[in-house]
Design a protein around this ligand. Structure first.
Ligand code: CMP
Length: 140
């Protein structure tokens, strides 16, 4: 049997107003929610969250975007949930995202793509710890 994983999703500030319909889409697609919280990132914590992009030319713009308003951060758990949710979120660029994916539905542009999903299990655990989501531990 595949191991139960956790992944972190985030409704970014430009989409905070759409949080309810986004979470309905996610639940209707069969994902299991194990925790959620709303807050506003500090510049310092946002810079840490996206630390793997620190050498990219868009890093400053990305931090400004993430800190411009409130976010909804949530944890999903289930078998193979990291890649299943990433597929449901869609391509980084909403113009290239498959029809029906969250970024196709709610993303504005590649920079302001509206939704985040963890890239792998290691990133998910790091991002969950950094966000302080009180989530059920899928391993317990
Ligand atoms: P996300 O998948 O949450 O993680 C990295 C973010 O950087 C990505 O979503 C986009 O918001 C942003 N991003 C990725 N590529 C670019 C780019 N080429 N230009 C500007 N922003 C980008």
């Amino acid at each position: 049997m595949a191991k139960i994983q956790r992944t972190l999703g985030m409704v970014k500030p430009c989409n905070f107003k759409n949080s309810k319909s986004i979470m309905t889409n996610i639940k209707d697609a069969g994902f299991t929610l194990s925790g959620a919280t709303c807050f506003r990132w500090s510049k310092q914590a946002a810079a840490e969250f996206y630390i793997e992009h620190k050498d990219k030319p868009f890093y400053g713009e990305l931090i400004d975007y993430l800190t411009e308003g409130d976010v909804l951060v949530f944890v999903l758990e289930g078998e193979d949930v990291v890649s299943r949710f990433r597929k449901f979120v869609g391509n980084t660029d909403p113009k290239k995202a498959a029809k029906g994916t969250l970024r196709a539905l709610y993303g504005e542009s590649k920079a302001r793509n509206g939704i985040h999903s963890s890239a792998n299990v290691g990133d998910a655990e790091r991002e969950i710890a950094l966000s302080g989501v009180m989530a059920v531990d899928a391993g317990s």
